[in-house]
Design a protein around this ligand. Structure first.
Ligand code: FE2
Length: 156
């Protein structure tokens, strides 16, 4: 099968809308990059819904000749980012650090955490999901809180 399922495309549109809204509240953020990156962030789901969809999506984007900035947004959007150790434990093809670093990468990652399907949830819901899936004390929980604080300026 070629391409992403309709539900994935709709999810990407919802993430892109939220990501763009967040980007517009910031100075010095490439809004077009945020929007395009968010639209493409789940391109890897054309191949798999596994955790490796981020890495594979980046490889698809690279093969399509897309900008490295987009490749990095796609590869770093999974969860609230993955450390090299987590990438290794999860069996990704390369044990690299996939942590969002730029504002554009952080905004897409964060917006994706706040969208369930096409529905906007909220930080408390997203944190509860992380805890249910990964465990209360998984470092990704703190990582998501940090992203929230950095991007909203609000405590959590
Ligand atoms: Fe994803």
């Amino acid at each position: 099968m070629i391409g992403c399922e309709e539900a994935v495309i709709e999810h990407c549109i919802a993430v892109a809308e939220l990501a763009l809204e967040i980007a517009m509240t910031k100075d010095d953020v490439d809004e077009e990059l945020v929007f395009t990156g968010a639209m493409l962030h789940d391109i890897g789901r054309a191949r798999t819904h596994g955790v490796e969809h981020g890495f594979l999506g980046g490889e698809i984007a690279r093969a399509l000749g897309l900008d490295d900035k987009l490749v990095r947004i796609i590869q770093r959007h999974v969860g609230a980012g993955l450390t090299a150790k987590e990438a290794e434990q999860l069996g990704l093809p390369v044990a690299e650090d996939f942590m969002p670093e730029t504002m554009e990468e952080k905004i897409v990652t964060y917006a994706d955490c706040l969208i369930e399907g096409t529905r906007r949830t909220g930080i408390e819901h997203a944190l509860a999901e992380f805890k249910a899936k990964l465990g209360e004390s998984h470092p990704a929980v703190e990582r998501l809180k940090k992203l929230h604080r950095e991007l909203t300026g609000e405590p959590v």
